[in-house]
Design a protein around this ligand. Structure first.
Ligand code: PLP
Length: 471
Protein backbone atom coordinates (compact mmCIF):
# COMPACT_ATOMS: atom_id res chain seq x y z
CA UNK A 1 0.00 0.00 0.00
CA UNK A 2 2.71 2.45 1.04
CA UNK A 3 4.71 1.73 -2.09
CA UNK A 4 1.66 2.37 -4.17
CA UNK A 5 1.19 5.81 -2.56
CA UNK A 6 4.88 6.64 -2.90
CA UNK A 7 4.72 5.79 -6.59
CA UNK A 8 1.60 7.87 -6.88
CA UNK A 9 3.26 10.79 -5.07
CA UNK A 10 6.20 10.68 -7.45
CA UNK A 11 3.92 10.57 -10.50
CA UNK A 12 1.87 13.36 -9.05
CA UNK A 13 4.88 15.58 -8.46
CA UNK A 14 6.00 14.94 -12.03
CA UNK A 15 2.52 15.82 -13.22
CA UNK A 16 2.64 19.12 -11.37
CA UNK A 17 6.28 19.82 -12.06
CA UNK A 18 6.87 20.25 -8.31
CA UNK A 19 10.25 19.71 -6.76
CA UNK A 20 9.45 20.19 -3.06
CA UNK A 21 8.21 17.14 -1.18
CA UNK A 22 4.46 17.06 -0.81
CA UNK A 23 3.19 15.85 2.57
CA UNK A 24 1.54 12.45 2.32
CA UNK A 25 -1.82 13.74 3.45
CA UNK A 26 -1.90 16.32 0.68
CA UNK A 27 -0.94 13.72 -1.89
CA UNK A 28 -3.87 11.58 -0.80
CA UNK A 29 -6.20 14.54 -0.75
CA UNK A 30 -4.98 15.65 -4.17
CA UNK A 31 -5.29 12.19 -5.63
CA UNK A 32 -9.05 12.53 -5.31
CA UNK A 33 -9.04 15.76 -7.26
CA UNK A 34 -6.33 15.15 -9.76
CA UNK A 35 -8.13 16.65 -12.71
CA UNK A 36 -9.69 19.61 -10.96
CA UNK A 37 -7.48 21.07 -8.24
CA UNK A 38 -3.76 21.25 -8.73
CA UNK A 39 -2.36 21.73 -5.24
CA UNK A 40 1.36 22.01 -4.75
CA UNK A 41 1.35 24.67 -2.00
CA UNK A 42 2.52 27.46 -4.30
CA UNK A 43 -0.85 29.12 -4.76
CA UNK A 44 -1.56 29.87 -1.09
CA UNK A 45 0.42 32.95 -0.03
CA UNK A 46 0.38 32.27 3.68
CA UNK A 47 -0.22 35.01 6.26
CA UNK A 48 2.56 36.12 8.66
CA UNK A 49 4.60 33.11 7.50
CA UNK A 50 8.09 32.51 6.14
CA UNK A 51 6.50 31.03 2.99
CA UNK A 52 9.67 29.70 1.36
CA UNK A 53 10.88 28.00 4.53
CA UNK A 54 7.43 26.55 5.24
CA UNK A 55 6.94 25.12 1.78
CA UNK A 56 10.30 23.36 1.96
CA UNK A 57 9.39 21.77 5.30
CA UNK A 58 5.60 21.94 5.63
CA UNK A 59 3.98 21.71 9.05
CA UNK A 60 0.35 20.71 8.70
CA UNK A 61 -2.24 19.94 11.33
CA UNK A 62 -4.87 17.49 10.17
CA UNK A 63 -6.97 16.99 13.29
CA UNK A 64 -7.22 18.14 16.89
CA UNK A 65 -8.88 17.18 20.16
CA UNK A 66 -8.85 19.04 23.47
CA UNK A 67 -5.17 19.94 24.18
CA UNK A 68 -3.58 18.27 21.18
CA UNK A 69 -3.09 18.53 17.44
CA UNK A 70 -2.24 15.66 15.08
CA UNK A 71 0.22 16.43 12.32
CA UNK A 72 0.17 15.24 8.71
CA UNK A 73 3.04 12.91 9.51
CA UNK A 74 1.19 11.25 12.36
CA UNK A 75 2.63 13.05 15.41
CA UNK A 76 0.84 14.50 18.42
CA UNK A 77 1.55 18.14 19.35
CA UNK A 78 0.63 19.71 22.70
CA UNK A 79 -1.04 23.07 22.06
CA UNK A 80 0.85 25.64 24.12
CA UNK A 81 -0.76 28.61 22.38
CA UNK A 82 -4.49 27.82 22.03
CA UNK A 83 -3.98 27.96 18.27
CA UNK A 84 -3.43 31.70 17.88
CA UNK A 85 -4.61 32.70 21.37
CA UNK A 86 -8.15 31.70 20.45
CA UNK A 87 -8.99 28.07 21.23
CA UNK A 88 -9.65 28.83 24.91
CA UNK A 89 -11.90 25.81 25.49
CA UNK A 90 -9.61 23.35 23.70
CA UNK A 91 -10.19 21.69 20.36
CA UNK A 92 -13.26 20.13 18.78
CA UNK A 93 -15.48 20.63 21.81
CA UNK A 94 -18.85 18.86 21.43
CA UNK A 95 -21.22 21.72 22.36
CA UNK A 96 -19.61 24.01 19.81
CA UNK A 97 -19.39 21.43 17.04
CA UNK A 98 -23.00 20.39 17.56
CA UNK A 99 -24.26 24.00 17.68
CA UNK A 100 -22.63 24.68 14.31
CA UNK A 101 -23.94 21.45 12.80
CA UNK A 102 -27.50 22.20 13.87
CA UNK A 103 -27.45 25.83 12.84
CA UNK A 104 -26.07 25.03 9.39
CA UNK A 105 -29.05 22.77 8.76
CA UNK A 106 -31.64 25.18 10.18
CA UNK A 107 -30.78 28.75 9.13
CA UNK A 108 -27.57 29.18 7.19
CA UNK A 109 -27.67 32.92 6.57
CA UNK A 110 -29.91 35.87 7.29
CA UNK A 111 -29.27 39.38 5.94
CA UNK A 112 -27.54 41.44 8.58
CA UNK A 113 -28.97 44.84 7.59
CA UNK A 114 -32.58 45.79 8.47
CA UNK A 115 -33.26 42.12 9.32
CA UNK A 116 -32.10 39.72 11.98
CA UNK A 117 -32.29 36.28 13.53
CA UNK A 118 -32.86 35.29 17.16
CA UNK A 119 -29.43 33.92 18.02
CA UNK A 120 -27.60 37.20 17.32
CA UNK A 121 -29.80 38.88 19.95
CA UNK A 122 -29.52 36.00 22.41
CA UNK A 123 -25.74 36.07 22.04
CA UNK A 124 -25.53 39.84 22.62
CA UNK A 125 -27.49 39.43 25.87
CA UNK A 126 -25.26 36.59 27.00
CA UNK A 127 -22.14 38.62 26.22
CA UNK A 128 -23.39 41.66 28.10
CA UNK A 129 -24.08 39.37 31.09
CA UNK A 130 -20.39 38.42 31.44
CA UNK A 131 -19.00 41.86 30.56
CA UNK A 132 -18.10 44.54 33.13
CA UNK A 133 -21.13 46.42 34.38
CA UNK A 134 -22.19 49.16 32.00
CA UNK A 135 -20.97 47.46 28.81
CA UNK A 136 -24.52 47.01 27.62
CA UNK A 137 -24.34 46.86 23.82
CA UNK A 138 -22.49 44.83 21.25
CA UNK A 139 -21.60 45.36 17.57
CA UNK A 140 -20.54 42.25 15.67
CA UNK A 141 -17.59 41.87 13.33
CA UNK A 142 -15.66 38.96 11.79
CA UNK A 143 -12.21 39.34 13.32
CA UNK A 144 -10.11 41.25 15.79
CA UNK A 145 -8.92 43.60 13.06
CA UNK A 146 -12.48 44.47 12.10
CA UNK A 147 -13.40 44.93 15.74
CA UNK A 148 -10.61 47.49 16.06
CA UNK A 149 -11.74 49.39 12.95
CA UNK A 150 -15.30 49.34 14.26
CA UNK A 151 -14.34 50.69 17.68
CA UNK A 152 -12.22 53.49 16.19
CA UNK A 153 -15.10 54.50 13.90
CA UNK A 154 -17.61 54.40 16.76
CA UNK A 155 -15.28 56.68 18.75
CA UNK A 156 -15.04 59.28 15.99
CA UNK A 157 -18.76 59.13 15.22
CA UNK A 158 -19.70 59.30 18.91
CA UNK A 159 -17.95 62.61 19.39
CA UNK A 160 -19.52 63.90 16.23
CA UNK A 161 -23.09 62.99 17.23
CA UNK A 162 -22.38 64.65 20.57
CA UNK A 163 -21.42 67.85 18.75
CA UNK A 164 -17.67 67.41 19.26
CA UNK A 165 -16.59 66.79 15.67
CA UNK A 166 -13.19 68.39 16.34
CA UNK A 167 -12.20 65.27 18.28
CA UNK A 168 -10.61 63.36 15.40
CA UNK A 169 -7.31 62.18 16.84
CA UNK A 170 -6.66 58.59 17.87
CA UNK A 171 -3.91 57.68 20.31
CA UNK A 172 -2.26 54.25 20.36
CA UNK A 173 0.96 52.98 21.88
CA UNK A 174 4.40 51.91 20.72
CA UNK A 175 4.59 48.13 20.26
CA UNK A 176 0.78 47.90 20.29
CA UNK A 177 -0.89 45.35 18.00
CA UNK A 178 -4.41 46.05 16.82
CA UNK A 179 -4.69 43.83 13.78
CA UNK A 180 -3.66 44.52 10.23
CA UNK A 181 -6.20 46.91 8.72
CA UNK A 182 -5.38 50.57 8.17
CA UNK A 183 -6.88 51.90 11.40
CA UNK A 184 -5.29 49.12 13.42
CA UNK A 185 -1.80 49.53 12.00
CA UNK A 186 -2.07 53.31 12.37
CA UNK A 187 -2.74 53.17 16.11
CA UNK A 188 -0.55 50.08 16.42
CA UNK A 189 3.14 50.39 17.10
CA UNK A 190 4.85 47.38 15.54
CA UNK A 191 7.26 48.76 12.99
CA UNK A 192 7.28 45.85 10.51
CA UNK A 193 3.50 45.97 10.33
CA UNK A 194 3.52 49.70 9.47
CA UNK A 195 6.59 50.63 7.49
CA UNK A 196 5.45 49.38 4.06
CA UNK A 197 2.12 51.14 4.03
CA UNK A 198 2.59 54.83 3.47
CA UNK A 199 1.13 57.56 5.61
CA UNK A 200 -1.59 55.45 7.26
CA UNK A 201 -4.36 57.32 9.11
CA UNK A 202 -3.60 60.95 9.83
CA UNK A 203 -4.05 62.50 13.26
CA UNK A 204 -2.64 59.55 15.18
CA UNK A 205 -0.10 59.73 18.00
CA UNK A 206 1.50 57.09 20.19
CA UNK A 207 2.23 56.75 23.88
CA UNK A 208 5.47 55.03 24.92
CA UNK A 209 5.40 51.28 25.54
CA UNK A 210 5.67 49.88 29.05
CA UNK A 211 8.56 47.45 28.67
CA UNK A 212 11.39 48.14 31.16
CA UNK A 213 13.54 45.01 31.20
CA UNK A 214 16.38 46.72 33.11
CA UNK A 215 14.12 47.19 36.12
CA UNK A 216 11.42 44.55 35.68
CA UNK A 217 13.12 41.44 34.24
CA UNK A 218 11.90 38.16 35.75
CA UNK A 219 9.04 39.85 37.59
CA UNK A 220 6.28 37.44 38.53
CA UNK A 221 2.98 38.98 37.41
CA UNK A 222 2.43 42.72 37.08
CA UNK A 223 5.71 44.68 37.36
CA UNK A 224 6.31 47.31 40.03
CA UNK A 225 8.25 49.76 37.94
CA UNK A 226 6.92 52.03 35.20
CA UNK A 227 3.31 52.91 36.05
CA UNK A 228 4.21 56.61 35.87
CA UNK A 229 4.77 56.34 32.13
CA UNK A 230 0.97 56.72 31.84
CA UNK A 231 1.47 60.43 32.47
CA UNK A 232 3.00 60.65 28.97
CA UNK A 233 -0.62 60.71 27.86
CA UNK A 234 -0.97 64.08 29.63
CA UNK A 235 1.96 65.35 27.58
CA UNK A 236 0.28 64.21 24.35
CA UNK A 237 -2.99 65.81 25.42
CA UNK A 238 -1.18 69.06 26.12
CA UNK A 239 0.53 68.92 22.73
CA UNK A 240 -2.64 68.36 20.68
CA UNK A 241 -5.24 69.78 23.06
CA UNK A 242 -7.94 67.52 24.49
CA UNK A 243 -10.54 69.04 22.16
CA UNK A 244 -8.90 67.22 19.22
CA UNK A 245 -8.61 63.76 20.77
CA UNK A 246 -11.32 61.13 20.31
CA UNK A 247 -9.90 57.99 21.88
CA UNK A 248 -6.99 56.12 23.36
CA UNK A 249 -6.64 52.44 22.46
CA UNK A 250 -4.43 49.95 24.31
CA UNK A 251 -4.17 46.24 24.87
CA UNK A 252 -4.50 45.79 28.66
CA UNK A 253 -1.77 43.14 28.27
CA UNK A 254 0.10 43.49 24.98
CA UNK A 255 0.30 40.08 23.32
CA UNK A 256 1.59 40.01 19.77
CA UNK A 257 4.58 42.22 20.49
CA UNK A 258 5.85 39.50 22.83
CA UNK A 259 3.75 39.91 25.99
CA UNK A 260 4.24 43.22 27.78
CA UNK A 261 2.40 43.71 31.04
CA UNK A 262 0.97 46.97 32.33
CA UNK A 263 3.01 48.13 35.32
CA UNK A 264 1.18 48.59 38.62
CA UNK A 265 -1.25 51.50 38.49
CA UNK A 266 -0.70 52.17 34.78
CA UNK A 267 -4.18 51.34 33.45
CA UNK A 268 -5.94 53.18 36.29
CA UNK A 269 -3.89 56.25 35.53
CA UNK A 270 -4.78 56.08 31.82
CA UNK A 271 -8.43 55.84 32.82
CA UNK A 272 -8.15 58.92 35.03
CA UNK A 273 -6.49 61.00 32.33
CA UNK A 274 -9.04 59.96 29.69
CA UNK A 275 -11.95 60.73 32.00
CA UNK A 276 -10.49 64.10 32.95
CA UNK A 277 -10.24 65.13 29.28
CA UNK A 278 -13.41 63.54 27.87
CA UNK A 279 -11.39 61.03 25.83
CA UNK A 280 -12.79 57.53 25.22
CA UNK A 281 -10.68 54.64 26.49
CA UNK A 282 -10.76 51.51 24.33
CA UNK A 283 -9.37 48.21 25.62
CA UNK A 284 -8.34 45.84 22.87
CA UNK A 285 -9.22 42.56 24.58
CA UNK A 286 -8.79 40.34 21.53
CA UNK A 287 -6.38 38.09 23.43
CA UNK A 288 -7.28 38.95 27.03
CA UNK A 289 -11.02 38.44 26.52
CA UNK A 290 -12.79 35.22 27.48
CA UNK A 291 -10.88 34.03 30.49
CA UNK A 292 -7.21 34.40 29.57
CA UNK A 293 -6.35 36.20 32.83
CA UNK A 294 -8.74 34.24 35.06
CA UNK A 295 -11.58 36.73 34.70
CA UNK A 296 -13.93 37.02 31.72
CA UNK A 297 -12.15 40.21 30.58
CA UNK A 298 -8.99 42.06 31.56
CA UNK A 299 -11.11 45.10 32.52
CA UNK A 300 -12.40 43.03 35.45
CA UNK A 301 -8.94 41.69 36.31
CA UNK A 302 -7.47 45.20 36.57
CA UNK A 303 -10.71 46.72 37.85
CA UNK A 304 -10.54 49.44 35.22
CA UNK A 305 -13.64 50.17 33.15
CA UNK A 306 -13.01 51.27 29.57
CA UNK A 307 -15.64 52.88 27.33
CA UNK A 308 -15.34 50.16 24.71
CA UNK A 309 -13.90 46.65 24.57
CA UNK A 310 -12.69 45.06 21.35
CA UNK A 311 -12.93 41.25 21.20
CA UNK A 312 -12.77 38.28 18.80
CA UNK A 313 -10.77 35.00 19.03
CA UNK A 314 -12.12 33.30 22.18
CA UNK A 315 -15.62 34.52 21.37
CA UNK A 316 -16.17 31.46 19.16
CA UNK A 317 -13.21 29.46 20.48
CA UNK A 318 -11.52 30.34 17.19
CA UNK A 319 -13.82 27.96 15.34
CA UNK A 320 -15.74 30.44 13.18
CA UNK A 321 -14.53 33.98 12.46
CA UNK A 322 -16.39 36.44 14.67
CA UNK A 323 -15.64 39.52 16.73
CA UNK A 324 -17.63 41.77 19.03
CA UNK A 325 -17.20 45.37 20.16
CA UNK A 326 -18.74 46.16 23.53
CA UNK A 327 -19.85 49.74 24.17
CA UNK A 328 -21.41 51.53 27.13
CA UNK A 329 -25.01 52.71 27.15
CA UNK A 330 -23.70 56.27 27.09
CA UNK A 331 -22.11 55.64 23.69
CA UNK A 332 -24.96 53.57 22.25
CA UNK A 333 -27.68 55.95 23.40
CA UNK A 334 -25.93 58.96 21.90
CA UNK A 335 -26.63 57.50 18.44
CA UNK A 336 -30.32 56.73 19.08
CA UNK A 337 -31.72 60.01 17.87
CA UNK A 338 -33.25 61.54 14.73
CA UNK A 339 -36.11 60.06 12.65
CA UNK A 340 -36.78 56.42 13.59
CA UNK A 341 -36.71 55.15 10.01
CA UNK A 342 -33.13 56.39 9.59
CA UNK A 343 -30.03 54.21 10.03
CA UNK A 344 -28.24 55.52 13.13
CA UNK A 345 -24.68 54.36 12.34
CA UNK A 346 -23.45 53.76 8.80
CA UNK A 347 -21.28 50.76 9.45
CA UNK A 348 -21.61 46.96 9.41
CA UNK A 349 -20.57 43.78 7.62
CA UNK A 350 -22.42 41.24 5.47
CA UNK A 351 -21.53 38.68 8.12
CA UNK A 352 -22.19 40.77 11.27
CA UNK A 353 -23.85 38.32 13.68
CA UNK A 354 -23.91 35.52 11.08
CA UNK A 355 -26.21 32.71 12.29
CA UNK A 356 -23.57 29.98 12.28
CA UNK A 357 -21.01 32.22 13.99
CA UNK A 358 -23.64 33.20 16.57
CA UNK A 359 -24.45 29.53 17.20
CA UNK A 360 -20.75 28.75 17.57
CA UNK A 361 -20.36 31.61 20.06
CA UNK A 362 -23.36 30.40 22.08
CA UNK A 363 -21.90 26.87 22.13
CA UNK A 364 -18.61 28.40 23.26
CA UNK A 365 -20.21 30.39 26.08
CA UNK A 366 -22.08 27.23 27.17
CA UNK A 367 -18.79 25.33 27.28
CA UNK A 368 -17.06 28.12 29.22
CA UNK A 369 -19.94 28.17 31.71
CA UNK A 370 -20.28 24.42 32.17
CA UNK A 371 -16.57 24.00 32.80
CA UNK A 372 -15.93 27.26 34.69
CA UNK A 373 -13.31 28.21 32.10
CA UNK A 374 -13.68 32.00 32.35
CA UNK A 375 -12.23 31.84 35.85
CA UNK A 376 -10.12 28.67 35.62
CA UNK A 377 -7.03 30.73 34.78
CA UNK A 378 -7.18 32.21 38.29
CA UNK A 379 -6.93 28.71 39.83
CA UNK A 380 -3.97 27.76 37.66
CA UNK A 381 -2.12 31.10 37.55
CA UNK A 382 0.27 30.50 40.45
CA UNK A 383 1.13 26.98 39.27
CA UNK A 384 1.72 28.36 35.79
CA UNK A 385 3.86 31.17 37.22
CA UNK A 386 6.13 28.83 39.15
CA UNK A 387 6.42 26.47 36.18
CA UNK A 388 7.44 29.15 33.67
CA UNK A 389 9.91 30.84 36.02
CA UNK A 390 11.62 27.47 36.58
CA UNK A 391 13.16 27.98 33.10
CA UNK A 392 15.18 30.98 34.29
CA UNK A 393 18.40 28.95 34.30
CA UNK A 394 18.04 27.80 30.67
CA UNK A 395 20.53 29.04 28.07
CA UNK A 396 20.07 32.56 26.63
CA UNK A 397 16.98 33.36 28.74
CA UNK A 398 17.07 37.10 29.52
CA UNK A 399 13.54 37.61 30.86
CA UNK A 400 10.42 35.68 31.84
CA UNK A 401 7.02 37.33 32.16
CA UNK A 402 3.63 35.94 33.16
CA UNK A 403 0.05 36.84 34.03
CA UNK A 404 -3.04 34.61 34.21
CA UNK A 405 -2.43 31.84 31.68
CA UNK A 406 -0.06 33.93 29.57
CA UNK A 407 3.68 33.55 29.61
CA UNK A 408 6.69 34.87 27.72
CA UNK A 409 10.32 33.82 27.64
CA UNK A 410 12.66 36.33 26.07
CA UNK A 411 15.88 35.01 24.55
CA UNK A 412 19.07 36.90 23.80
CA UNK A 413 19.19 37.32 20.01
CA UNK A 414 21.95 35.68 17.99
CA UNK A 415 24.35 38.51 17.08
CA UNK A 416 23.42 39.89 13.67
CA UNK A 417 20.51 37.46 13.24
CA UNK A 418 17.53 38.78 15.17
CA UNK A 419 14.52 36.41 15.52
CA UNK A 420 16.53 33.35 14.50
CA UNK A 421 17.11 31.93 17.97
CA UNK A 422 13.41 31.96 18.83
CA UNK A 423 12.39 30.67 15.40
CA UNK A 424 14.80 27.75 15.79
CA UNK A 425 13.23 27.04 19.18
CA UNK A 426 9.80 27.06 17.52
CA UNK A 427 10.96 24.50 14.95
CA UNK A 428 12.62 22.30 17.58
CA UNK A 429 9.54 22.47 19.81
CA UNK A 430 7.33 21.43 16.91
CA UNK A 431 9.61 18.45 16.28
CA UNK A 432 9.35 17.51 19.96
CA UNK A 433 5.56 17.71 19.90
CA UNK A 434 4.99 21.16 21.42
CA UNK A 435 3.38 24.20 19.81
CA UNK A 436 4.83 27.53 20.94
CA UNK A 437 4.61 30.95 19.30
CA UNK A 438 7.42 33.39 18.70
CA UNK A 439 7.65 37.11 18.04
CA UNK A 440 11.11 38.52 17.54
CA UNK A 441 13.22 36.54 20.01
CA UNK A 442 10.37 36.09 22.45
CA UNK A 443 8.50 32.83 23.02
CA UNK A 444 4.85 33.46 23.91
CA UNK A 445 2.65 30.87 25.59
CA UNK A 446 -1.13 30.89 26.08
CA UNK A 447 -2.51 27.37 26.34
CA UNK A 448 -6.19 26.41 26.18
CA UNK A 449 -7.80 27.12 29.55
CA UNK A 450 -8.55 23.39 29.99
CA UNK A 451 -4.86 22.61 30.47
CA UNK A 452 -4.13 20.35 33.47
CA UNK A 453 -1.23 20.71 35.92
CA UNK A 454 0.31 17.56 34.42
CA UNK A 455 0.14 19.14 30.97
CA UNK A 456 1.72 22.35 32.31
CA UNK A 457 4.58 20.19 33.62
CA UNK A 458 4.87 18.44 30.25
CA UNK A 459 4.86 21.76 28.39
CA UNK A 460 7.71 23.22 30.43
CA UNK A 461 9.79 20.08 30.55
CA UNK A 462 9.60 19.87 26.74
CA UNK A 463 10.45 23.56 26.50
CA UNK A 464 13.44 23.09 28.79
CA UNK A 465 14.75 20.35 26.46
CA UNK A 466 14.17 22.68 23.48
CA UNK A 467 16.05 25.60 25.06
CA UNK A 468 18.96 23.36 26.01
CA UNK A 469 19.08 21.80 22.53
CA UNK A 470 18.90 25.31 21.05
CA UNK A 471 21.88 26.62 23.07
N1 PLP B 1 -5.94 42.99 18.49
C1 PLP B 1 -5.15 42.21 19.22
C2 PLP B 1 -4.76 42.63 20.60
C3 PLP B 1 -4.69 40.99 18.72
O1 PLP B 1 -3.86 40.23 19.46
C4 PLP B 1 -5.10 40.60 17.43
C5 PLP B 1 -4.62 39.34 16.85
O2 PLP B 1 -3.75 38.67 17.36
C6 PLP B 1 -5.92 41.46 16.69
C7 PLP B 1 -6.34 42.64 17.25
C8 PLP B 1 -6.33 41.10 15.31
O3 PLP B 1 -7.20 40.02 15.29
P1 PLP B 1 -7.45 39.24 13.91
O4 PLP B 1 -6.21 38.51 13.58
O5 PLP B 1 -8.61 38.34 14.26
O6 PLP B 1 -7.83 40.25 12.89
Amino acid sequence: MTGQFDAFGQKFRQFLGVSVPIPRILELEMSNRLNTTPNDMRAFWMPFTANRQFKKEPRLFVSAKDMHYQTHDGRTVLDGTAGLWCVNAGHCRPLITEAIRQQAGELDYAPAFQLGHPKAFELANRLVDIAPEGMNHVLYTNSGSESVETALKVALAYHRVKGNGSRFRLIGRERGYHGVNFGGISVGGIVSNRKMFGTLLTGVDHMPHTHFPDKNAFTKGVPEHGGDIASELERIVTLHDASTIAAVIVEPVAGSTGVILPPKGYLKKLREICTKHGILLIFDEVITGFGRLGTPFAAQYFDVMPDMMVTAKGLTNGVIPMGAVFVTSEIHDAFMQGPEHMIEFFHGYTYSGNPIASAAALGTLDTYKEEGLLTRGAELASYWEEAIHSLRDCPHVIDIRNIGLIGAIELAPIAGEPTKRAFNAFLKAYEKGLLIRTTGDIIALSPPLIITKAEIDELFSKLREVLIANA
